[in-house]
Design a binder for this molecule. Structure first.
Ligand code: SF4
Length: 356
């Protein structure tokens, strides 16, 4: 057994909440031999358990507005120029949003992530989201609401906060040094600016990345250290789903062990932050999903924005089978009679199945 990673974990644990791996150590985690995979995961799991015990935070996505985006993020099925055969619609109604969110909450989620495609919200869009948030909080007082609406203008984050929104997601997606290779219609600084606006308004900043976008190992490390510097409370780690009809349609750079090492590296760099296994989990981690829960402490339940996830019931079983409990619902879902979180129709408000 390689003691190096265990020693790094011990040093981080003794160093208090602000400590973490160095860039060289992060790179070593990423480049660990597959024969060392269990050692490196075991070391990182000590950090995970020190900060989050055996809890898993469960999040549920509601896609308020799908497709029709004027931005050109090359990885995105909803982007300008994307030929991906996804469902396109403009804003869900408040009632439909409540129905969708309610299904996720009944299925075990404690955070609802309300997402809309587009460069950023208009003030009328903010009106819609504040109304939805207020209605959601009236019906489910304990729900955490995260909004993900794109680039924010001055004052918009404050309005979301006043309406009860808890967190704001805006991913940096990749290292600054790789940003212009994946999108040209906005800058890396635009993204960082929005995360700053959210934080200044008192919203919990959620920002993460997409692995598999042609980045080098060093750029993955760069992105993680940028997220650490931005003090993102939650860090969704996506694995590129190469949608047909997008510029990345033939880009397959990831293996299950590579994905596990990326998550493990994220835990070493940001030991006390919520590391969320996000889109591409099923496609790329495959049979290592359960092992990844030993280092990450958060997942999305069920489907993604424009693609189908694992059956949500299988997610709950995976959590339970591996000795974890759902944060905020520790006593629920202990038996096979637990609710079957049912929404398998991502075409919100329709019977259209999730876009594959
Ligand atoms: S701004 Fe968002 S919805 Fe639009 S192309 Fe980029 S990632 Fe996709």
């Amino acid at each position: 057994m390689n003691a190096q990673f265990d020693q790094i974990a011990t040093r981080i644990l003794e160093g208090g909440p602000d400590s973490g791996a160095t860039e060289a150590e992060a790179l070593a985690v990423l480049r660990a031999d597959d024969a060392e995979l269990l050692s490196v995961v075991a070391a990182a799991s000590r950090l995970r358990r020190a900060h989050f015990g055996n809890t898993v935070k469960v999040n549920y996505l509601v896609n308020l507005k799908s497709g029709l985006c004027p931005e050109n993020c090359n990885y995105c099925s909803q982007a300008l120029g994307s030929q991906a055969p996804i469902l396109k619609y403009s804003w869900l109604s408040k009632d439909e949003t409540l129905k969708q969110a309610g299904a996720g909450l009944a299925g075990g989620a404690t955070r609802v992530c309300m997402v809309s495609s587009g460069r950023g919200p208009s003030d009328r869009d903010i009106d819609k989201v504040t109304e939805m948030t207020e209605a959601l909080k009236d019906e489910y007082p304990d729900v955490e609401v995260c909004a993900c609406l794109g680039l924010l203008k001055d004052g918009q984050a404050e309005r979301l906060k006043a309406a009860g929104v808890d967190a704001y997601n805006h991913n940096i997606n990749t290292a600054e040094s790789n940003h212009d290779n994946i999108v040209q219609t906005h800058t890396y600084d635009d993204r960082v600016d929005t995360i700053g606006k959210a934080k200044t308004a008192g919203l919990s900043p959620c920002s993460g990345l997409i692995a598999g976008l042609g980045e080098s190992d060093e750029q993955l490390v760069e992105a993680l250290f940028a997220l650490k510097a931005l003090d993102a409370d939650s860090i969704p780690v996506n694995f590129l789903m190469p949608f047909d009809g997008t510029p990345f349609e033939n880009t397959w750079e990831l293996s299950p062990s590579r994905c596990l090492k990326i998550l493990t590296m994220a835990r070493f760099v940001c030991p006390d932050k919520e590391v969320r296994i996000a889109g591409g989990r099923e496609l790329h981690l495959r049979s290592l999903q359960a092992l990844a829960l030993q280092v990450a402490n958060s997942i999305f339940l069920g489907d993604y924005l424009t693609s189908e996830g694992q059956d949500a019931k299988a997610d709950i079983e995976m959590i339970r089978d591996n000795g974890f409990v759902i944060l905020g619902a520790e006593d629920a879902f202990e038996t096979d009679e637990a609710h079957d979180p049912a929404i398998r129709h991502r075409g919100a408000g329709t019977e259209v199945p999730a876009n594959a």
